[in-house]
Write a protein that binds this ligand. Sequence first.
Ligand code: AMP
Length: 393
Amino acid sequence: MLILVLNCGSSSAKFAVIDTQTEEGLASGIVENIGSNGFFKAKGHTQNKSKSIEAPTHSEAIFEIQQFLIQEQLIDRIEAVGHRVVHGGKYIQSKLISLDVIQYIESITQFAPLHQPAHVIGLQEAQKYFNKLPQVAVFDTAFHQTMPPKAYLYGLPYEIFEKHQIRRYGFHGTSHRYVSLEAARLLGKEKKDLNLLTAHLGNGSSATAILQGDCVDTTMGFTPLEGVLMGTRSGSLDPAILFYLNKTLGYDFDRLDTLLNKESGLLGLSGLSNDMRSITEAAQEGHERAQIALEVFCYKLARELGGIAMALPSIDALIFTGGIGENSVIVRQKVLQNLSLLGFKVDDFKNQEHGKNSNGIITQEQSTVAMVVPTNEELLIAIDTKNLVEKIS
Ligand code: AMP
């Protein structure tokens, strides 16, 4: 079955056409800088495109994607559309799209104000252009809905949770779910026979504890700001710092929001870059604050992993994924060193090779297993979409 996967981000719209039988991508692309200098890049089997476009909103971006699919003669072959949606609120699994589902996604906009409005436009536009096709929403939060109250509740008055649904939701769920299934396949085990830690490390980073296939704790919370230190996000910190900055420096909420989401993390600590590759290179050349940023990132990640590991009775494997997790030899090495209490002993050679010749495994024989598993959220969205569509037909 050919599935069109749409991923509308805050200022971008990505797409991929995936054949679920061969698991191959037939076309993919992105409209970037929606709302400013729109730019369209796409790859198909007959052409590669890259051009500036007028895209004041996601509507024009979806139109451009649809035109590309017509030119590539894929439009009539697509059988269903799968949408990535960041926040699923109460939904515990992927949902077939209906008017009610779109309304619910819109009603929880305040939980993910940058992403949810973009998703709603993507969903509405896709209904227009692909109105004969079944469509499915796959939520980043859904995988985490199996967390028990002890993991998802904050230490706030209970009414704040009851009346305002302020709780931990978790994000990157599709990636954590994909790599956990892929790790089970690589280890030759059923997911019910495995207890895993997964670390999705990219521009945004989070980690998850998975007990026999179900998420039991994760590091991101009510928003994707909690937990691990990230490219420009602070990760967890003492909330009293905000009161202090407000009282002593007069920082208002908008200023604090920018500080924590856009000016902190690797960028804030290094004063150099939010990009791990640049940080690593600078650190190796002796840049002191890049070295500090790298050390803090790896230590805080290990500390977060150690924390959520307490949700598991044992650890069968720790999975690294995302741009940093899949590519950074030094980050994996430092994180595993910081986690030696949990029995991790890195194998330098296998780590250097990103586990490519050892079924993903980058640790020594007698170590707790750590692996590198490349993520593929689009493929899982396509598979979920196919499975749901087959159920109703
Ligand atoms: P993602 O958000 O998953 O695309 O990941 C982006 C992050 O991965 C950026 O911080 C990149 O610098 C980082 N990254 C990609 N390749 C490498 C590499 N070879 N070494 C270190 N970091 C990398």
